[in-house]
Every structure is written in structure tokens, then in C-alpha cells.
Design a protein around this ligand. Sequence first.
Ligand code: KIV
Length: 273
Amino acid sequence: MTVPEFRARKGVGHPLVCVTAYDAAFARLAERAGVDALLVGDSVGRTVLGYQNELPVRVDDIVHHTAAVTRAVTSTLVIADLPYMSYPTRDTALRNAARLLQAGGATAVKLEGGRETAEVTQALTSRGFPVMAHVGLTPQTAHALGGYRVQGVRLSAAQAIVDGARAQADAGAFAIVLELLPAGLARAMTQHLVIPTIGIGAGPHCDGQIQVLHDLFGFVETAHRHTRVFADVAGLAESALADYARDVRHGVFPAPEQNFKGNRGVLDRLKFD
Ligand code: KIV
């Protein structure tokens, strides 16, 4: 999946399927499962690195995880998030986006914001960096938005989100994430925007969907309404670890089939004093 192929799926065929990925093992599984695009999101801060939110995540973290993901896939589009304060100016954005593509191996970058970051998007796209935009609930500015809550409920807020999304499309973004928006607003935006809309908590009418991998697998303390645990991988992993601990403590792991044989006679000739 290339950026132009992704962009060309606007309003055509099945919805695009995107998911976050942070390491080689799950990236490989996602590619085999037929996912269209992987986002190395700054959600890595909460899901993998143990932070309370996305703000402590650094460009180095995204480069590290993006490189793991890109080493594992051959045909899936990999998009890397520009983390908090890594694109305050056009110059810093260009420098950091270049790191995500050069050192991380990503094909595209994602940044948050509407009108206020459109000039950064313009600077990037005019120099050939494919940019995915992100409006609605934007985790990097969640404090200013009053936390993780549905956005665009009132007219003025909805209008600002629509205007911001259009500014991003005009600046050359190839797609846009719509996070935590009323389904009707996301549907109207999908009808009017010329680029694919990728929803998360924005209803079924977007051109595609994205989810945080760990939410799909039950690695969450509190379940979010906009997601679904498709398989309790976390539960399975916990019970596998409990089985492992039990078998080690009872001396039944490792079993004979896990042991290796040495050369006959070596033990007899070893000296320990
Ligand atoms: O970082 C992330 O995982 C994201 C998705 C929620 C779109 O930005």
C-alpha cells in the first residue's frame, strides 16, 4: 500500500483498515492479517512505555519503534507520529519528519491540529513528506480540550473542526484522522473532504477506521466505549504466564523435551576445584 493508493481509496471499495503498531511481532501479524496501514502512534507512551499520557514521548522513541515496525513489514503502509512539541515550527517539523523517514523507515508522518498546524503540513508536503492530519480529540492538546472527551458537539466547535480539516486537506495532507467526533459530523466531513477520513470513535461512515492495538487485545484498565476487545489476548497472556510460573515452581518445566544432551564423558572429566 503506497500513499497514492491509500489516498485513492477515498469513497471507493471497503473502508481502509488501520491499527497502531509498536514492535516487529505485532506489525508482522497485522500485515499477515491484511491491515492496510500501521501507525506508530504516540499512544506508545501509554500502551508500551508506561506513561500516563502521550506528552513524555520523544522523537527518539518513535524512531526506535518505527524502525522495529518497518523491519517487519514489506507491503503495509507505515505512518509515524510526530510526538508532542516535535513540530512547533516548520524547520523543526522538517528535521523531525526526516528522522522518522530516514532512521525509522516510515513512509509518512502524522501530526495533530487543524488550522493552527496547517502551515507546518504545507511545509512538509511541499517538500515531499506525506502527511496524515488528525483533528477532533487530539491527545497532545487534551489538557486544553478538557480531557479525553467527545469533540465538536456544539456548532462553534464543530465548525472549527471542519475548517481545520479543510485547511489540512488544502495544505496537502493525504488523509485525516477524526478522533472522538459525533458520527453525524464525521459523516458530513467524510462527504465534503476530498481526502480519506480515518475514524476512531467517529462512527461507521468514515473512509476507514483506526484503533489502538492494545485496546483490541484487552490491554486496558478501563474499556473505552469507542473500541472493542476482539480477543482477550491480555487475559490469555496472563494465564500463560501463570501456567509458566506454576510449572517452574513445581519442577515440571523445563521437561525432558526441552533439555539438551552434552557429550558423553565430559561431565566425568570436569574439574570444579
Ligand atoms: O497515537 C495514536 O495511537 C493515535 C491514534 C489514536 C489515531 O494518534
